[in-house]
Design a protein around this ligand. Structure first.
Ligand SMILES: NC(=O)c1ccc[n+]([C@@H]2O[C@H](COP(=O)([O-])OP(=O)(O)OC[C@H]3O[C@@H](n4cnc5c(N)ncnc54)[C@H](OP(=O)(O)O)[C@@H]3O)[C@@H](O)[C@H]2O)c1
Length: 258
C-alpha cells in the first residue's frame, strides 16, 4: 500500500472572504485563518471598521485587507465581488458570518420592518454571497464555504423568533448549496455556535439572571470565546475536512445534546 501524504491545517496561498469580521466571531475567524497562512479579506458595513483587526493581523506577520460590504444590499455584494475579482485570481474560502438580530420579543409582535431586515441580511445576504463566491470558485473547481448559523436553528431562542427562523434557513441553504456545488469541487458546511462572548450576545451575557438561565442548559456550564468557534471553521475549510460537505457542526458546550 502506498503512503498517502497526510493533510494539514496549512492554508498558505489561499484567499478567504469573511463577512462581519470587524469584531466578535468574524474577527476571531479572520485572525485564525491568517495565522494558518490565508490571505483574509475582512468585510463589514464599513471597511474602516475592519481596519483595527487588519492591522493586528499585519503586525503579526499575516496578510489581510478590509472591504466594505453591507450584505443586506445586493448591489454592494455585486460591487464587492467585482472589486475582489479585479484584484485576486481566485477565492478559496467564504465564511458567511455577518448577521443581524434587530428584534427581541414575542413572535406575535414581530413587525414587518424587523422581519424584512432579518430576512434580507441573514437569508438573502448569505444566499447571494454564496452564489457569487461559488460561481467564482466553480471556475477553479475548488472552494469551501462555511455558514455561521446558530443553535437557534435547532431550538428557537426565547424571544428570537424571526432570527431563529433565519438560522434554520441557513442550515437548509447549506445543504442545498452543498448538494449542487459538490460536483464543482466546492464544499459547503455550517457551524452552529452556542452562546458566545461577543457584542451580539451582550443583551444576554451582560444580564446575570438571563445568562445563568441559558447556562443551566449548557453541560459545559460556560459560554464560548470567539476563538473556540473559529477553530471549527479552520477545520472545515482545511484539507482535513476534504470529504465533509452539507454538515452542521455544533460548537455549543453540549447545549444541543438531547
Ligand atoms: N454571539 C453569540 O452568542 C452567537 C451565537 C450563535 C450564533 N452567532 C452568530 O455568529 C455570527 C457572528 O456574531 P457575533 O456574535 O460575532 O456578532 P458581533 O460581535 O455583533 O459581530 C457582528 C459582525 O457583523 C457585522 N455586520 C452586522 N450587520 C452587517 C451587515 N448587514 N453587513 C455586513 N456586516 C454586518 C458587524 O460589523 P459592522 O457593525 O461594522 O457592520 C460585525 O463585524 C452571526 O451570524 C451570529 O448570528 C452568534
Amino acid at each position: 500500500m502506498s503512503a498517502t501524504a497526510l493533510p494539514t491545517l496549512n492554508l498558505k496561498g489561499r484567499t478567504a472572504l469573511i463577512s462581519g469580521a470587524s469584531r466578535g466571531i468574524g474577527a476571531a475567524i479572520a485572525r485564525m485563518l491568517a495565522a494558518h497562512g490565508v490571505h483574509v479579506i475582512l468585510t463589514s458595513r464599513k471597511a474602516s471598521s475592519c481596519q483595527e483587526v487588519v492591522d493586528t493581523i499585519l503586525s503579526s506577520g499575516g496578510s489581510a485587507e478590509a472591504l466594505g460590504c453591507h450584505i443586506g444590499d445586493p448591489e454592494q455584494i455585486q460591487a464587492a465581488f467585482a472589486s475582489m475579482r479585479a484584484q485576486h485570481p481566485q477565492l478559496h474560502i467564504l465564511v458567511n458570518n455577518a448577521a443581524t438580530n434587530p428584534y427581541f420579543g414575542p413572535v406575535l409582535d414581530t413587525d414587518s420592518g424587523a422581519f424584512q431586515k432579518t430576512i434580507d441580511v441573514n437569508i438573502r445576504g448569505y444566499f447571494q454571497m454564496s452564489q457569487a463566491a461559488a460561481s467564482w470558485m466553480a471556475e477553479h473547481r475548488q472552494g469551501s464555504i462555511v455558514n455561521i448559523a446558530s443553535v437557534n436553528a435547532v431550538i428557537p431562542g426565547a424571544w428570537q423568533g424571526i432570527y431563529s427562523v433565519s438560522k434554520a434557513a441557513v442550515v437548509s441553504m447549506t445543504q442545498a448549496f452543498a448538494k449542487e456545488c459538490a460536483p464543482m469541487g466546492i464544499r459547503v458546511n455550517a457551524v452552529l455556535p452556542g452562546l458566545t462572548h461577543t457584542r451580539f450576545a451582550s443583551a444576554l451575557t451582560d444580564n446575570p439572571a438571563m445568562r445563568d438561565e441559558v447556562l443551566k442548559h449548557v453541560p459545559m456550564g460556560r459560554m464560548a470565546e470567539p476563538e473556540e468557534i473559529a477553530g471549527a471553521i479552520l477545520y472545515l475549510v482545511s484539507d482535513l475536512a476534504s470529504y465533509t460537505t452539507g454538515t452542521t457542526l455544533n460548537v455549543d458546550g453540549g447545549y444541543l445534546i438531547a
